[in-house]
Design a protein around this ligand. Structure first.
Ligand SMILES: Nc1ncnc2c1ncn2[C@@H]1O[C@H](COP(=O)(O)OP(=O)(O)OP(=O)(O)O)[C@@H](O)[C@H]1O
Ligand SMILES: N[C@@H](CCO)C(=O)O
Length: 188
C-alpha cells in the first residue's frame, strides 16, 4: 500500500551567549521533506542502489550543489545509517523524497543539523521504528557530534543540552554499519 508523509525541521542558532555547545534555539525557517513510498513505482527507484530517488525544489539552498545519490546526500545518508543500525539494508522500494530547503548552507543557521535530524526522522518513519525524540537524538549525535543545533532542531524552541557519559552496556556495540562514513568528520 502506498504511503505519503511530510517531515518539517527548523533551522537553529547555537553557541548562544555562555552556552557553548549547550544552548540552541529553533528558528522559523524550515527544511521540509515530502516523502512517498509506493512499491508499484519500484521500477522508478531501481536506478538508486538504495531504492530512494531524491530531488530538491529549484528554490532550495544547495539546489545545484548537494549530491542526489542517496548514499552521498546528508539527509538520506543519515537515514541509511539509522536503517542499517537496525538491520535494514535499504529504503523500501519506490521511496521518493522531495526536499524544500530555505536554510543557507554553512552560514551558522544549522542547515546540517536540520538535515541530520530530518534524516533520522525519515528512517524512523519509513521503517516504522517507533523511536522517541530522545532516542532519535542519540542517532543524530553519531553524525553531528555537537548537541546544541540538533537538539533545537529536534525539539524546537530554546534548548539546553549536554553529552552524558555512556554506560558500559551502551558502549558495547561499536560496529559502524556504513563503514567510515558515519561521522561527519569524514563526509567531505
Ligand atoms: N538540506 C541539505 N541537504 C543536503 N546536504 C545538506 C543540507 N543542509 C546541509 N547540508 C550539508 O551540510 C553542509 C553545511 O554544514 P555546516 O556544518 O558547514 O554548516 P551549517 O550547519 O549550515 O552551519 P552551523 O553548523 O554553523 O550552524 C553543506 O555544505 C551540505 O554538505
Ligand atoms: N556548538 C557547535 C555548533 C555547530 O554545530 C560548534 O561550535 O561547532
Amino acid at each position: 500500500m502506498a504511503r505519503a508523509f511530510k517531515i518539517k525541521v527548523p533551522a537553529s542558532s547555537a553557541n548562544i551567549g555562555p552556552g557553548y555547545d549547550v544552548l540552541g534555539v529553533g528558528l522559523s525557517l524550515f527544511l521540509e521533506l515530502e516523502v512517498t513510498i509506493d512499491s508499484s513505482l519500484a521500477h522508478e527507484t531501481n536506478d538508486d542502489p538504495n531504492n530512494c530517488i531524491l530531488s530538491y525544489t529549484k528554490e532550495s539552498e544547495g539546489y545545484s550543489t548537494v549530491p542526489l545519490r542517496s548514499d552521498a546526500n546528508l539527509i538520506t545518508r543519515t537515514a541509511l545509517y539509522v536503517l542499517r543500525c537496525n538491520n535494514i539494508r535499504n529504503f523500501p522500494s519506490g521511496t521518493k523524497v522531495h526536499v524544500s530547503n530555505p536554510i543557507p548552507l554553512g552560514r551558522g543557521l544549522g542547515s546540517s543539523g536540520a538535515a541530520v535530524v530530518a534524516g533520522v526522522i525519515l528512517a524512523n518513519e519509513v521503517a516504522q521504528l517507533g523511536f522517541s525524540k530522545q532516542r532519535m537524538l542519540d542517532y543524530c549525535l553519531m553524525i553531528e557530534r555537537h548537541p546544541d543545533n540538533i537538539t533545537a532542531a529536534m525539539m524546537g524552541g530554546f534548548c539546553g543540552s549536554f553529552l552524558r557519559d555512556l554506560t558500559p552496556q551502551e558502549m558495547g556495540k561499536t560496529r559502524n554499519p556504513i563503514g567510515r562514513g558515519a561521522s561527519r568528520t569524514f563526509w567531505g
